[in-house]
Write a protein that binds this ligand. Structure first.
Ligand code: SF4
Ligand code: SF4
Length: 181
């Protein structure tokens, strides 16, 4: 896990403001659990070093829906993804409450320090597609709702384009995908 990735100081309140008005990115609708992003062994180790416990993780079967969802995240890499997550196998993901909230979500937000959070959490809502940094139009995201140009959104989430690219590259490496920017 690339804990060396650093950037601007985040607006510490944006995710707190988000928690007051939405379910945030830390909650999935019940029934959607299988679509939660995977956790690599290195991510899990970093989380555990920061205090995460076995009950914060869940072993999830590689379902067809999960693999299809991953293929939408990484267009054109279906074959690699089907090898990394073969049907019948399993991967680690975050454990969720019956209401769909991550079990590491406390009253003041994530209980892990930012550098120990899963790479997907640290990158969200940013992503890289076809070599360009973009963001998911997730309307529950306070940073997306408050954006005044992507520069402001980068700043409010404590990163710039360079850091977003570095996090994406670290995520690909951790999840077993070949190097690509
Ligand atoms: S690990 Fe932290 S940031 Fe990620 S979903 Fe759970 S509570 Fe949210
Ligand atoms: S990253 Fe966006 S959706 Fe997630 S808690 Fe922060 S403001 Fe909310």
């Amino acid at each position: 896990m690339a804990d060396s990735v650093s950037g601007p100081v985040p607006d510490a309140d944006v995710c707190a403001r988000c928690a007051q008005t939405s379910t945030t990115c830390c909650t999935l609708a019940p029934g959607q659990e299988e679509f939660c992003f995977p956790l690599s062994a290195t991510e899990r180790a970093a989380m555990q070093a920061a205090g995460a416990l076995p009950e914060h993780f869940h072993s999830q079967e590689n379902t067809p829906g999960f693999v299809d969802n991953m293929a939408r995240l990484f267009p054109g890499e279906d074959e690699t993804l089907r090898q990394l997550f073969p049907l019948g196998g399993a991967h680690d993901r975050l454990a969720l409450t019956p209401e769909g909230a991550c079990r590491l979500l406390g009253p003041k937000g994530c209980e892990l320090p930012r550098q120990a959070r899963p790479l997907y959490c640290r990158l969200f809502p940013f992503w890289v597609r076809a070599g360009a940094v973009m963001y998911f139009e997730f309307q529950e995201c306070q940073a997306v709702r408050e954006r005044r140009g992507s520069g402001q959104m980068y700043l409010s989430l404590g990163m710039g384009e360079k850091q977003a690219r570095e996090l994406y590259a670290s995520l690909r490496l951790a999840w077993g995908l070949p190097k690509r920017t």
